[in-house]
Write a protein that binds this ligand. Structure first.
Ligand code: F6R
Length: 220
């Protein structure tokens, strides 16, 4: 059986994963890892619509550019716009990596649910091809493919940030449950390679095959 669950629409993708988040939010003090990017926007809209209680939730974002957090293109700004400013989460409970990478690694607790997107080169967070499966939070140079893919969010490719801070693959793999989401036919090939091909550092997302509680949702 394929490890990839195909759903009928982008809306359904958001609803399925929102069900998982909603269930996690029934825990006493839920701890979540969250992504940015275009894929989770529908999920975040669905979560906002559900008017859930986020007052006891703590979140840890996967990554951030080396950038002023108040910059409109920062992932801080993205999260505020799409989720945090629209729910009743305490701003102090929303954590992002910064240059003090070891301090971030040290405060990440046991995570109940980690939500991931996948890059067209197989990256998860900003763990680009070739990243060690033992990697932890660190500063990384973005892959050429990632810079090209992310240029759609900027006025020109020259404006795309070339460095970022990312959680490592080892950090992500410690999560109790992981949900990977992918939207669009252009993601299917790499998703299939990651979930059904060999486990290799050339395809960072392939490490997820070694986790015992992963769900993968895809829509085309
Ligand atoms: C962003 C992140 C990235 C994205 C990936 C897919 O926080 O961790 O790994 O999940 O680049 O991005 P989209 O969803 O824009 O295709």
């Amino acid at each position: 059986m394929s490890k990839i669950k195909k759903v009928n629409s982008y809306w359904e993708l958001g609803c399925h994963v929102a069900d998982i988040v909603e269930h996690t939010l029934t825990l006493p003090e839920p701890k979540l890892i969250l992504p940015t990017g275009s894929t989770p926007i529908g999920l975040y809209n669905e979560l906002v619509n559900r008017q859930l209680d986020w007052s006891n939730v703590t979140t840890f974002n996967l990554d951030e550019y080396i950038i002023n957090p108040n910059h409109p293109q920062s992932y801080h700004s993205f999260m505020k716009k799409h989720l945090f400013d629209r729910i009743d989460i305490y701003p102090n409970n929303c954590n992002f990596p910064d240059r003090n990478t070891q301090a971030y690694e040290d405060i990440i607790p046991e995570i109940d649910l980690c939500i991931l997107g996948i890059g067209s080169n197989g990256h998860i967070a900003f763990n680009e091809p070739g990243s060690s499966f033992d990697s932890v939070t660190r500063v990384v140079d973005l892959d050429k493919q990632t810079i090209e893919d992310n240029s759609r969010f900027f006025d020109s490719i020259d404006d795309v940030h070339k460095q970022a801070i990312t959680m490592g693959l080892k950090t992500i793999m410690k999560s109790k449950k992981i949900v990977l989401i992918a939207n669009g036919v252009h993601k299917y090939k790499i998703l299939n390679v990651a979930m059904n091909g060999g486990v290799t550092e050339k395809v960072p997302a392939s490490i997820l095959q070694e986790h015992n509680n992963v769900e993968v949702y895809y829509c085309d």
